[in-house]
Design a protein around this ligand. Structure first.
Ligand code: GLC
Ligand code: MG
Length: 535
């Protein structure tokens, strides 16, 4: 088997820096806070951290409105703090991935200030200026076009009006942004997660989008139109390939794309000859119904569509979606974790999932997210999944000595200190599963086979020439008896049964997940009896 690179076998842990650990009492997490928690992350067993934007920003979209791509916002610390964090992460064997936000800058970025100063300014064409708006909408509600008084034109913004879109057709924009990548790669970062990769380039004729026949009241207003001309344009792939080439100027780095698209389109971001994104983020588990059938479908569709030679990846949570424990319920959250850690390829998890954090309800007067403020009441706010990490049971949870920027929620029972020494806790389950994956490459790169559903139990096998592992996930609230070949239990979501021998069948408890190492390898199975166990 080919030697795997770090980003292939590793587990990526997303840190939303405002909420991980505050070190200076301003109620907002920062780089020195992350530094204090590196040993915790090493103990958890993850291999890489991806940190959401830490660059100077007016924080209209909490860092996704960048005013300087090559600096650190004072809220998060200094460049010295950054360099120290990177060095300390590397010293512990952790990789560090930064967020790169190419589609738009802040309206306070010097490039935009210049661009809007006059129609003759050399940076005028760095953004998208038009005499008349077309019908394109902003993803945060309302028209995507903003009138600019000084120069008498409109500029386009896919998100807030404080986030004007760059014109990626302009070679000077490309060159400047690629130099930003080099700036951080030279400093030693291990790769990038690229924000809204599939939106980067728009139709050069600015054609109107067609209406969306599937739109229903209660959906985000941007869903009224199909984003035909302002998203997933054919020209984007050339840009991604160029970005990849820049990243490949440095050894052992990774390019990850944030892409919310149906599976077929998603796969095109691996690029021609796989020279696009190393990992186009696969968000399909975030969006599917939580039933054995639906999850089976997602897994089969993804693996059927995966291009030959492309490396798979799975994401269980991020800062834009409801927390997994809220989405599937607390009794199924361990099953979801077992699913994630037994799927092929690179895995991404979100801070706090390892302690079963749930969405925290935000009282109206404490709402921060513009997505909620712009279109209240539709449940679009992302604050609930961005709340501070509860490190202990004290009033401010060990997160800060000041007033946390978002409410911490009910953390008396669910916090790191409380779960740390409880051998039956979610944290322990995460550590065990991560450990198991690290010591069983079959779970990383073995073939995925026999994906089946019986009753409410989803099962599949992971196979290589050394091992055959079966995973059984009871995505139901009733016990089930399942037929299984002879084997040994490697893990249960109930954190017991390890080492138990299985002969013929096994009684599964409600919401139980099991990993079982089977006795016979495929090549040992006598001809004619393959699959007799599962199919
Ligand atoms: C991405 C980010 C999201 C942000 C948006 C605009 O989807 O993940 O948090 O609001 O881009 O930059
Ligand atoms: Mg702070």
């Amino acid at each position: 088997m080919q030697e795997l690179t770090w980003w292939q076998h590793g587990i990526i842990y997303e840190i939303y820096p405002r909420s991980f650990q505050d070190s200076d009492g301003d109620g907002i997490g920062d780089l020195n806070g992350i530094l204090q928690r590196l040993d915790y992350l090493v103990q958890l067993g993850i291999n890489a951290i991806w940190i959401s934007p830490i660059y100077p920003s007016p924080m209209a979209d909490f860092g996704y409105d960048v005013a300087d791509y090559c600096g650190i916002d004072p809220i998060f610390g200094t460049m010295e703090d950054f360099d120290r964090l990177l060095a300390e992460a590397h010293r512990r064997g952790l990789k560090m991935i930064l967020d790169f936000v190419p589609n738009h800058t802040s309206n306070q970025h010097p490039w935009f200030l210049e661009s809007r100063s006059s129609r003759e300014n050399p940076k005028r064409d760095w953004y998208l200026w038009r005499d008349k708006p077309n019908n394109w909408l902003s993803n945060f509600g309302g028209s995507g076009w903003e009138w600019d008084e000084t120069t008498g034109q409109y500029y386009y913004h896919s998100f807030l009006k404080q986030q004007p879109d760059l014109n990626w057709r302009n070679p000077a924009v490309q060159a400047a942004m690629f130099d930003v990548l080099r700036f951080w790669l030279r400093r030693g970062v291990d790769g990038f997660r690229v924000d809204v990769m599939w939106l980067m380039i728009k139709d050069d004729q600015f054609r109107d989008n067609p209406p969306n026949p599937g739109y229903r009241l209660g959906q985000p207003s941007s869903h009224r139109l199909l984003p035909m001309y302002n998203s997933d344009r054919p020209e984007v792939h050339d840009l991604v390939a160029r970005m990849r080439a820049v990243v490949d100027e440095f050894p052992q780095r990774v390019l990850i794309g944030e892409i919310y698209l149906p599976v077929e389109q998603l796969m095109s971001y691996y690029g021609r000859d796989l020279k696009g994104a190393n990992l186009p983020f696969n968000f399909h588990l975030l969006q599917c119904a939580w039933t054995a059938e639906a999850v089976k479908q997602v897994i089969s569709d993804y693996h059927t569509a995966l291009p030959k030679g492309a490396w798979p990846n799975w994401v269980l949570g991020n800062h834009d979606n409801a927390r997994i424990a809220t989405r599937v319920g607390t009794s199924q959250a361990p099953v979801a974790a077992m699913l994630l850690f037994t799927l092929p390829g690179t895995l991404t998890m979100y801070y706090g999932e390892e302690i079963g954090m749930t969405n925290v309800p935000i009282p109206p007067e404490r709402v921060q997210d513009p997505a909620e403020k712009n279109e209240p009441g539709l449940g679009l706010g992302r604050d609930p999944e961005r709340t501070p990490m509860p490190w202990n049971g004290t009033p401010s949870a060990g997160f800060t000595t000041g007033r946390p920027w978002l409410p911490i929620g009910d953390h008396e029972a669910i916090n790191v200190a409380a779960l740390e020494h409880d051998p039956a806790s979610m944290l322990q389950l995460y550590r065990n599963l991560i450990n198991l994956r690290r010591s069983n490459l079959t779970l990383v790169s073995g073939a995925l086979q026999s994906v089946t559903v019986e009753k409410n139990v989803l099962s599949y096998q992971r196979i290589d020439d050394k091992q055959r592992i079966v995973v059984l996930l009871n995505i139901g609230s009733a016990p089930e008896t399942m037929t299984v070949e002879r084997g040994t239990v490697l893990a249960s979501t109930y954190l017991d049964r390890v080492g138990q021998e299985v002969i013929g069948s096994i009684d599964m408890r409600a919401s139980e997940g099991l990993i079982i190492c089977l006795k016979t390898l495929i090549r040992d199975v006598p001809p004619g009896s393959e699959g007799a166990d599962m199919s």
